[in-house]
Structures are given as C-alpha cells and as structure tokens.
Design a protein around this ligand. Structure first.
Ligand code: ADP
Ligand code: ZN
Length: 363
C-alpha cells in the first residue's frame, strides 16, 4: 500500500493506494477526527451494480447511510442531477456533520464533490475512485458540473477529506476506460519525470496485462506528480498549466467529435502526439516522435486527427478553450522528457503548424 500526503494550500489530506485499501475507510474517517452523523454514498449505476453491496456494508459499520445512484457517464454532471441530489440529501436529513462518499470515476468525483462543496455551505467528502482516469481528477480539488454552453463551467475548488484508491475496483473497468486513464499517467511522466517515462515505455506495452502492483505504481507516481504541481499552484496561476499538455488539441477533438464519441484519454493522446511534434519543431528537442507514435499505436491510442474535420475548425475550438487568453493560443510543450514549458502561438502560426503536422502524418 502507498500513502501519499497531498498539500493543497488550504488543506492537506491522505491518498491511500493499494489492492484492498477500501477496507480502511473507517480508519481513515476516524483519523481525520470524523464521526459522521450520516453517510451519503453517491455512485453511478455501473459501479453500483458491481460494488453497491460492498460500499453499503462498509458504510453500515460506520454510521447510518443513504445512497444516491445516477445514470453513468458525463450526462450525470448536470444541473438536474445536482439539484436532485440536494433534494435527496435534504429529505434524508443530511446535516453539516454528514460525510459524502464519492464512489465512482471522475464524473462521480466531480458531481459528488461539487455537491459536498455547496450543501449547507460545504460538508466533508471522501473520494473512492474506481477508474484509472480518476487518479488525475481525484487530486487537485476541482469539482463541478457542466453547462450546456461548456464542460465544467460551474464548480468550485474543494478538497476531499481523503482519497481511498483501491486498485481491486479497476478489475472490472472496461479496457477503453483503462486506456483513457493511462493517457493521463503518460502525460504526468512526459511533463515531470523522465525516469517514469522510460519505465512506462518499457513496461507498459499491453493494457490487458497491467498487474495490480504495476497499477499501484502507476497511480502513485501519477498522483505524486499531480500533487506536487497542484501544491505549488493550487489555483492554476503558473505551473499547473503544464497539466494541460495534450489537452488544448485534445479538448478541441472531444468537442468537435461530440462528447462521448471519443474517450478523454484517447483525445489527449492524439493531442500529446501533436504537442511532441510541435515541441521538436519549436524547441529542436529530440522527443523520439516516431518511437512514441508506434508505442501509442500499440496501446490502441489514436495518433492523428480525423480527416473530415478541418484544421480551421480545430483552431477555432482551441481558441474557445476555457484556458485560452485572447489573441494567442497557449500550448504546453516539452523541452525534454520531464520538462514542460508554456508557449504562445498566434492563431495563424498554429494553423499553419497544425496543417504541416497533418500533412506529415499522411506521408
Ligand atoms: P472517468 O471520468 O474517470 O473516466 P466516469 O465516471 O466517466 O470516469 O466512468 C467511466 C465509465 O466507467 C462509466 O460508464 C462508469 O460507470 C464506468 N465505471 C467506473 N468505474 C468502474 C469500474 N470499476 N468497473 C466497471 N465500470 C466502471
Ligand atoms: Zn485530462
């Protein structure tokens, strides 16, 4: 088992990672001085089907509990569901001494976290992630829901009491979801840890055969990197933007294909390949582009963009990204493996470079 302490400026909390750490829920609550008046489990229908009984019996040993089960997927991050949980919690008599258990992937973490941040001006919550992608979202305190005008537009920075990351839950995770999470693990290595990148490159060749030990290692390393960046820059003024590596184009791709048509990680993977190409071009660095393209293909990631969407459309979508600033598009590039930087491009510049990359891919 690994235990990582995350310092997020305003608070500090433990992240427990391992095969079977779910059994420590009670201990973790006690250690943080909590004796909850009631527990609210928030989960989705898939996770509930696999592990609903398990979480109910763990909760039952601690306090009275109630459970809110949403449909699965991004659609759960809506005003309607958010409002419905508030109603449910009020009717169940949750008070300021109650604790929310966010049991699921990133969607549940964002939704239940935002609920916890706002219910009676904020009640504590524990994250119990069940996807690999959630190693990214479970750290950093971003919670929120979507607005029809854009993803994650309504939310709050709100830190959990603890994160309990039991890798045993990942056994039932569909392969596409596992691959999606792996993209963020690779991203963390690219921007901050050359040795980790080399380890991944040599050990992670087939997603189907990731051992529990390796998963614990990948999640721990990913979380440590994310935690160190977030503790340096909780509100995203500086280095936190490095976490956006692969995301400027990745977000545009997700948006243009329509959310849900491509996984977040697949979109980010294609974005990272462009970012590597762009880094080699801009920084004259050797980032082993071809090797990485082959590795990504082997893992099942897309390494180019769909032909039927114009570069013009990609650039426009990138300009509209929440993180864009007017007139320029910022891209996170690498100087070398493990060292990122923020680089500004004009719209026209980036359009030409994107066209050049896409033409090269086809050669
Ligand atoms: P993320 O944003 O972390 O990818 P989501 O909450 O969107 O997470 O979950 C992705 C999908 O995987 C959803 O359909 C969810 O119901 C499902 N899921 C989450 N955890 C598990 C698990 N441990 N086993 C099987 N399916 C899971
Ligand atoms: Zn991401």
């Amino acid at each position: 088992m690994k235990n990582i302490q995350v310092n997020a400026g305003s608070s500090s909390y433990p992240v427990l990672i391992g095969d079977g750490v779910f059994g420590k829920l009670q201990e973790v609550l006690e250690a943080s001085g909590m004796s909850p008046s009631k527990l609210l489990i928030v989960t989705d229908e898939n996770v509930n089907q696999f592990y609903g009984n398990q979480i109910e019996s763990a909760a039952g040993k601690i306090a009275g509990w109630c459970k809110y089960v949403t449909k699965s997927g991004e659609a759960a991050k809506s005003f309607e569901v958010f409002y419905d949980i508030q109603t449910f919690a009020l009717r169940e008599g949750l008070d300021r001494k109650s604790v929310v258990l966010a049991f699921g992937g990133g969607v549940i973490g964002d939704l239940a976290g935002f609920f916890a941040a706002t219910y009676m001006r904020g009640i504590p919550f524990v994250q119990i992630p069940t996807t690999l992608l959630a190693h990214d979202s479970a750290v950093g305190g971003k919670t929120g829901i979507n607005h029809p005008e854009g993803k994650n537009m309504i939310g709050a920075f709100y830190q959990p009491l603890a994160v309990i990351y039991d890798t045993a839950f990942l056994r039932t995770l569909p392969l596409d979801e596992l691959r999606s999470g792996l993209a963020e693990v690779i991203k963390h290595a690219f921007i901050k840890d050359k040795d980790m990148y080399e380890m991944l490159h040599s050990k992670v060749r087939d997603i189907q055969f990731l051992s529990q030990n390796l998963l614990v290692e990948l999640i721990s390393m990913g979380i440590s990197i994310k935690a160190s960046i977030v503790s340096e820059d909780e509100r995203e003024q500086g280095v936190r933007s490095y976490l956006n590596f692969g995301h400027t184009l990745g977000h545009a791709l997700e948006k243009l294909l329509g959310y849900g048509r491509i996984s977040h990680g697949d979109a980010v993977a294609a974005g990272m390949i462009f970012a590597l190409w762009l880094s080699e071009k801009t920084n004259h660095a050797d980032l082993k582009l071809q090797e990485n393209v082959s590795w990504f293909k082997e893992l099942g990631f897309p390494v180019s963009l769909p032909d039927d969407i114009s570069s013009e459309k990609f650039i426009s979508a990138m300009e509209k990204d929440k993180k864009a600033e007017s007139g320029v598009i910022y891209m996170i590039l690498l100087k070398e493996f493990g060292r990122a930087e923020k680089h500004a491009f004009s719209r026209q510049q980036l359009l030409e470079l994107l066209n050049e990359w896409r033409a090269e891919v086809h050669r």
